[in-house]
Ligand binder design. Structure first.
Ligand code: E4P
Length: 225
């Protein structure tokens, strides 16, 4: 499973990209609004930091407007892929864009039929939102499992499952076990997943023991001189 970062914050993207674990970035209007910067500049800069798909979402609600926006955003950088919401108009726009080889990440997927329709319309990725389902006491991970099963059952489907709306580190490993192609994670979730108290305690002990060894060797060197 590949990992995308779910943010439009350039500092976070720069830092986590250095760790070599990222294959792409997802943004949405909420994440871009949080940054309050020129959207085109932010997206192009993200594309230059991370060499992989970078999702930019349309805000039109009619297919024609979605297609117009998508063509414009796709011309910003070859890494840009277009996030289209799961609506009837979104499906119509996706069908047009797929014929033009403009990659679509169909977003706001909350049931397996929506995912299937997105795939049939030609989406490159579908984004089931597991955290938002968990938030309303529905098993979000079960949706990931069902979408993966539906796609695997049909060899004509090449659409990838992008697990979205992750809330905690367990979601990453569970999405991988469920067979998601990608998980997109907020920086805070990745930071939490990276940490383990036994790693910190273990490292501290190794470094202290090394210091003690250096001190012993230094004393011996003084004695021998
Ligand atoms: C990703 O593509 C989505 O925009 C994102 O994961 C939504 O996450 P949220 O439910 O935490 O807002």
């Amino acid at each position: 499973m590949r990992l995308f970062l779910d943010t439009a914050n350039l500092d976070e993207i720069r830092e986590i990209a250095r760790w070599g674990i990222l294959s792409g970035v997802t943004t949405n209007p909420t994440l871009l609004a949080k940054e309050g910067k020129d959207v085109r500049q932010v997206i192009v800069e993200i594309c230059e930091i991370v060499d992989g798909p970078v999702s930019m979402e349309v805000v039109s609600t009619e297919a024609e407007g979605m297609v117009r926006e998508a063509r414009e955003y796709a011309a910003w950088h070859p890494n840009v892929i277009i996030k289209i919401p799961m609506t009837a108009e979104g499906l119509a726009a996706t069908a047009v864009l797929a014929r033009e080889n403009i990659r679509v990440n169909m977003t706001l997927i909350f049931n397996p039929n929506q995912a299937l329709f997105a795939a049939l319309a030609g989406a490159t990725y579908v984004s089931p939102f597991l955290g938002r389902l968990d938030d309303i006491s529905t098993d979000g991970m079960e949706l990931i499992r069902e979408v993966v099963a539906v796609f695997r059952a049909d060899s004509n489907i090449h659409t990838q499952v992008l697990a979205a709306s992750l809330r905690h580190p367990r979601h990453i490993v569970e999405a991988a076990k469920a067979g998601a192609d990608v998980a997109t994670c907020p920086p805070a979730v990745i930071r939490k997943a990276l940490k383990h108290p036994l790693t910190d305690i273990g490292l501290e002990r190794f470094l202290n023991d090394w210091k003690q060894l250096e001190a012993v060797l230094a004393k011996e060197a003084v004695r021998a001189s």
